[in-house]
Write a protein of this length. Structure first.
Length: 179
């Protein structure tokens, strides 16, 4: 019994040291990515998420994305494995398709890499709609605003997205949903 108690006491400090090491790992940057999908090609944009640093400006200069690499299996090629590499935080290519499973490697300015698997369809960030036409009927005191999406007649269309419009007037705010 005494031997068991001694072993327990010896293991306790090691366990607490591991926990403080885990907190240190939380300070390492992580990546967050979003994609734009289109029938003419897709793009992937990523950013670093930092873990609790107070001095983000100092970190921004030394710790950013230098370049990104995407590798995927292309079954129409004989060598099958294909990789794309671009400087900065965005890769765009007509060879990227929405259903591809991609191996992403982010190369950091300070050195080192972060890697993950990415599915473009799961991280789609639709482009914002744009005002296409506005008409105002003075008799009815009513405005009609027409919107269009940059992705019109593509995977994402007006009929398969829901938009929210924030309208401010001189005393009230309205947030209608647009279909």
């Amino acid at each position: 019994m005494l031997l068991l108690l001694l072993l327990l006491l010896l293991l306790l400090p090691a366990g607490t040291q591991e926990q403080s090491g885990d907190q240190q790992a939380d300070m390492e940057p992580r990546i967050s990515c979003s994609s734009h999908i289109s029938t003419s090609g897709c793009s992937l944009t990523c950013e670093l998420l930092r873990g609790g640093s107070d001095d983000e400006d100092a970190e921004e200069d030394e710790d950013g994305i230098e370049k990104m690499s995407l590798c995927y299996t292309n079954w129409s090629d004989q060598d099958h494995l294909r990789c794309l590499e671009e400087p900065g935080d965005t890769i765009s290519s007509e060879d990227l398709k929405p259903l591809m499973k991609l191996k992403l490697t982010v190369h950091l300015r300070r050195g080192g890499n972060l890697s993950t698997t990415v599915h473009l369809m799961e991280i789609v960030k639709p482009r914002s709609p744009q005002v296409w036409n506005v008409t105002f009927d003075q008799d009815l005191n009513q405005a009609v605003i027409h919107f269009q999406t940059p992705d019109n007649k593509d995977y994402l269309r007006v009929d398969n997205q829901v938009f929210q419009l924030h309208i401010c007037t001189a005393g009230s705010t309205t947030v209608p949903e647009l279909h």
